[in-house]
Ligand binder design. Structure first.
Ligand code: PA5
Length: 456
């Protein structure tokens, strides 16, 4: 029974036997890549054993779920809206869980149909229209705010929160704000303590883009009544598979080894993530950050300039068959395409109403999920015929248990690929420079304006 709900990976369309030697991996290349995989899994296990890899500990010690559940229970049925202030790793995981595991029209259906849990709004950009536009949408008295920032001082996140208080002309009561931040440091922690807000900690050794399985993703999920215990069971199942030193039993090691081979020896600079399920579209957004920010590095761990990385691109099947596939099939052969295939959907889609004796008569006996599955296979076969490297991750169903597996799988793939590339997947020096520049300009603008107003 356990095997029936496990995610599986099919790499066969990456191999030379399917797509030829120029673009696919020959037996000899794959064998040699596997040798590096042995080095890397041993390094990973040594670091994990030395307590050096924060995100890997999360599925193993889940006591922290109690505090999340308790706070979620206090708030779950009290509010009409949950408003998330966060950006990057402090927002993408929330959207991923919401889009995957809540009703596709959650915010539009009656409270009763969504079991009286709040609607969710994730404000993850400092675009002024996002907050002002909420004015006719939410009642601030019926809204719980959740400020998420690991560093505690992210300008976009705070800017939105202060704009919210300004636009609605009121500061939320202390019982109306939850802070999710570093356990010890940062402005949010200090401010929250002064304001009397409830605080949940993000473990200090878990970085933003690896933090979805901390209170960052789990608290909003718990408020929405997503089964976070089952989600972590899924992550634990995948953890156990991903620490195996047996290459054939370890899906993360296989995916990382393949990704590394295509980035380096096969020179494929683009990674397309293409789920065939709308519920997984936000998973691609989350993956895009994880892959880009973790692996896109100028120097390796020895200080050598390497310009490592692979550009992640989002696509959604079947929609983007009508927008992207022309390029993927006939344009430059510079991509590895990952299909996410879902076996079973929550709601059915029969088409019995298709009129008889018309060109669409054959739809009468099919289901829309079957059409989606057929479209995936058709597209995949066509790409394989055109010698385009592709792989498939098979997901039995979009449930908390499977999402826990999928999230943890890709965190491990990213980490192991980083080890193969010999770069640090946990830092982001290239982002920091832009943040420092922006902070400097904000400060200068503030000083110029305050001097001008002093003169007036
Ligand atoms: O992965 C990361 O560390 C970043 O993308 C952060 O998540 C992002 O910059 C937001 O940072 P913070 O949570 O400190 O506000």
């Amino acid at each position: 029974m356990k095997n029936e709900v496990q995610i599986s990976v099919d790499l066969s369309n990456l191999m030379a036997g399917k797509i030829g030697k120029e673009h696919g991996l020959t037996d000899a290349e794959w064998k040699s890549a596997r040798k590096n995989a042995t080095r890397v899994i041993n390094e990973c296990l040594a670091r994990f054993g030395a307590d050096d890899v924060g995100f890997m500990k999360l599925p193993c010690h889940t006591q922290y779920l109690h505090d999340i559940q308790a706070l979620a229970e206090k708030h779950r049925y009290r509010w009409e809206n949950l408003l998330i202030f966060g950006i990057g790793g402090s927002a993408l995981g929330v959207s991923l869980l919401f889009d995957a595991l809540c009703h596709p029209y959650h915010n539009h259906i009656d409270s009763e149909l969504r079991n009286h849990v709040p609607r969710l709004f994730v404000v993850d950009n400092i675009d002024p229209e996002l907050i002002s536009g909420l004015k006719p949408v939410i009642n601030p008295k019926k809204t719980l705010s959740c400020i998420i920032t690991k560093s505690g001082g992210t300008v976009e996140t705070w800017g939105n929160y202060f704009q919210y208080a300004t636009v609605f002309n009121q500061t939320p009561d202390s019982g109306q704000v939850i802070a999710i931040t570093d356990p010890e440091t940062g402005f949010l922690r200090k401010f929250a303590e002064i304001q009397g807000w409830d605080i949940l900690p993000i473990p200090s050794d878990v970085g933003g883009r690896f933090s979805v399985l901390t209170p960052v993703g789990l608290f909003p999920a718990a408020i929405l009544n997503i089964d976070i215990v089952r989600l972590m069971d899924g992550a634990r199942t995948m953890h156990d598979r991903c620490v195996s030193t047996d290459f054939d039993q370890n899906p993360a090691l296989q995916l990382a080894t393949a990704s590394w081979s295509f980035m380096t020896s096969k020179k494929k600079p683009i990674s397309v993530m293409m789920p065939y399920a709308n519920s997984l579209a936000s998973f691609s957004d989350w993956y895009r950050q994880l892959w880009a920010e973790s692996l896109g590095k100028m120097v390796n761990t020895e200080g050598k300039t390497v310009f490592a990385g692979q550009t992640p691109v989002n696509a959604l099947g079947a929609t983007d068959q009508h927008s992207q596939i022309q390029l993927y099939r006939e344009g430059p052969n510079d991509k590895v395409i990952t299909f996410l295939h879902v076996d079973s959907f929550r709601f059915g889609g029969p088409m019995n109403n298709a009129p008889e004796e018309t060109p669409l008569e054959h739809l009468r006996l099919l289901d829309t999920a079957e059409i989606l599955g057929i479209e995936l296979i058709g597209t995949r076969d066509a790409l394989t015929e055109s010698r385009r490297p592709n792989l498939t991750v098979k997901i039995p169903a979009v449930t908390p248990y499977c999402m826990g597996q999928l999230i943890y799988l890709y965190e491990m793939v990213t980490y192991l690929t980083g080890l193969l590339l010999q770069i640090n997947p946990f830092d982001q020096p290239g982002v920091e420079a832009g943040k420092i520049n922006a902070k400097k300009m904000i400060r200068e603008l503030y000083e110029t304006r305050s001097q001008a107003s002093d003169k007036n």
